[in-house]
Write a protein that binds this ligand. Structure first.
Ligand code: MTE
Length: 319
C-alpha cells in the first residue's frame, strides 16, 4: 500500500528481538522436538519465532483450487516480501520485526449479531474443520502478485457455528494491535487496529479462507500468524493478518484503508483491471519472481465463481 505521510514515530532498534535470542529459542525448540518426535503439533509453538517452519500435519490438497497453468511462488519470496504495517512499512521490515510476535496463547473471539458467540483458542481452531491446501492467486492493490499454496478452510465453517441472526449483514475482522509487540503502531499511517470486512455472502463464499498456514507450514509471523484471512478475488489488503476478533454486524464496517484513503480504497476492493487506482493502473501486474508484466484478470481470475454476487452493481462506484 502506498502512503502519503511519513511516520512521526520511527521504529527504534531496541524494539527488534536480538538475533541471538531468536536463534537460542529456535535451537531450544529443535532439540525439544527431536526428543519428543512431535514436530507437527502446532500447540508446541509458544511464540512465533519458534513457529517458523513448523510443518502442518494432515493437510489434504483440494484439487478444486489447483491452478494448472501458473507456477507457484517460492516460499522465500512469500516470506520476505511482506505488507504488515504493524511491523513497519517497508516490505523487508515484517520478516525482521515480526519475529518476536507471540502467537501462543492466542484466542479469537467471534461475537456480535449471533446466537452462539464463542472465544476459541487457536489450537481449537485447527480442529474446527479439515485443513486443506488451496492454491490461490494473490493480487496486491500495489499491482504485484504471487501464487500461494495456502492452508486452512472456508471461513463459512466458523461462521455457521456461531449461528448469525437475521439482521447479520456484514463481517468485521479485527487484528491484533499490541503496542508492546508491534512497533509500527507508533506510526499514525492507519487508525489501528487494522480492521477489514466483508458482506455476509462474500464471507460465506467457499473461496473465502480462514488461513492458518502456507507452503505446508504454520504461517510465519510476517505473513499473519497465527491466523489470517485470504479472499483471492479481492485486493490483498482485504486479507487481514493476525486476527483476534470476528464481529458479525448489521452495518458496513469502517475499514482501516477506507478511513485512511476513502478516495483511493473502497470497501469491496474486488480485483478489477478496468478501474484504475487514482495514482496507478490496475490493468496489469508484476508476478513476484518474473520480469515482464502480465494482464490482471477480472476478479483475479475467479469471475466464474464470484461475479454473480455483484450482478447489477456499478463496479466503478462500488470500488
Ligand atoms: N493485515 C494487517 N494486520 N496489517 C497489514 O498491514 N497488509 C495487507 C494484508 N493484511 C496488512 C494486513 C496487505 S496491503 C497485503 S498486500 C497483504 O496483507 C500482504 O500479505 P503477505 O505479506 O502475506 O503477502
Amino acid at each position: 500500500m502506498l502512503i502519503r505521510s511519513s511516520s512521526a514515530n520511527p521504529i527504534l532498534p531496541s524494539e527488534i528481538t536480538s538475533c541471538e535470542l531468536f536463534a537460542a529459542r529456535r535451537d531450544w525448540l529443535k532439540s525439544a522436538l527431536a526428543v519428543g518426535g512431535v514436530a507437527a503439533l502446532p500447540g508446541l509453538a509458544a511464540c512465533s519465532a519458534e513457529a517458523q517452519g513448523v510443518k502442518l500435519a494432515g493437510v489434504k490438497a483440494n484439487p478444486l483450487y489447483a491452478i494448472a497453468d501458473e507456477k507457484l511462488n517460492k516460499a522465500e519470496e512469500f516470506k520476505s516480501y511482506c505488507n504488515f504495517y504493524e511491523f513497519g512499512t517497508d516490505k523487508a521490515d515484517p520478516p525482521v520485526m515480526a519475529k518476536s510476535l507471540k502467537t501462543r496463547p492466542w484466542t479469537i473471539a467471534v461475537e456480535g449479531e449471533v446466537l452462539k458467540p464463542q472465544v476459541l483458542d487457536i489450537d481449537a481452531l485447527y480442529k474446527l474443520a479439515p485443513l486443506e491446501e488451496r492454491v490461490y492467486r494473490f493480487r496486491c492493490v500495489e499491482a504485484w502478485s504471487m501464487v500461494i499454496p495456502w492452508v486452512g478452510f472456508s471461513l463459512s465453517e466458523l461462521i455457521k457455528k456461531v449461528e448469525p441472526k437475521g439482521n447479520a449483514k456484514y463481517i468485521e475482522f479485527v487484528t491484533l494491535a499490541d503496542k508492546a509487540q508491534m512497533p509500527g503502531l507508533r506510526s499514525s499511517v492507519l487508525d489501528w487496529p487494522y480492521v477489514e470486512g466483508l458482506r455476509m455472502d462474500e464471507a460465506m463464499h467457499p473461496l473465502t479462507m480462514l488461513t492458518l498456514g502456507a507452503f505446508g507450514e504454520m504461517l510465519a509471523p510476517q505473513n499473519g500468524a497465527p491466523v489470517r484471512m485470504v479472499i483471492p478475488w479481492k485486493y490483498g489488503f482485504k486479507s487481514g493478518k493476525s486476527i483476534v476478533k470476528i464481529r458479525v454486524v448489521e452495518k458496513e464496517p469502517k475499514t482501516a484503508w477506507v478511513k485512511a484513503g476513502p478516495g483511493e480504497y473502497g470497501f469491496y476492493s474486488n480485483v478489477n483491471p478496468t478501474v484504475d487506482h487514482p495514482r496507478w493502473s490496475q490493468g496489469s501486474e508484476r508476478r513476484i519472481g518474473e520480469f515482464s508484466k502480465r494482464k490482471t484478470l477480472m476478479f483475479n481470475g475467479y469471475a466464474d465463481q464470484v461475479a454473480s454476487m455483484y450482478a447489477g452493481m456499478d463496479l466503478r462506484k462500488f470500488i
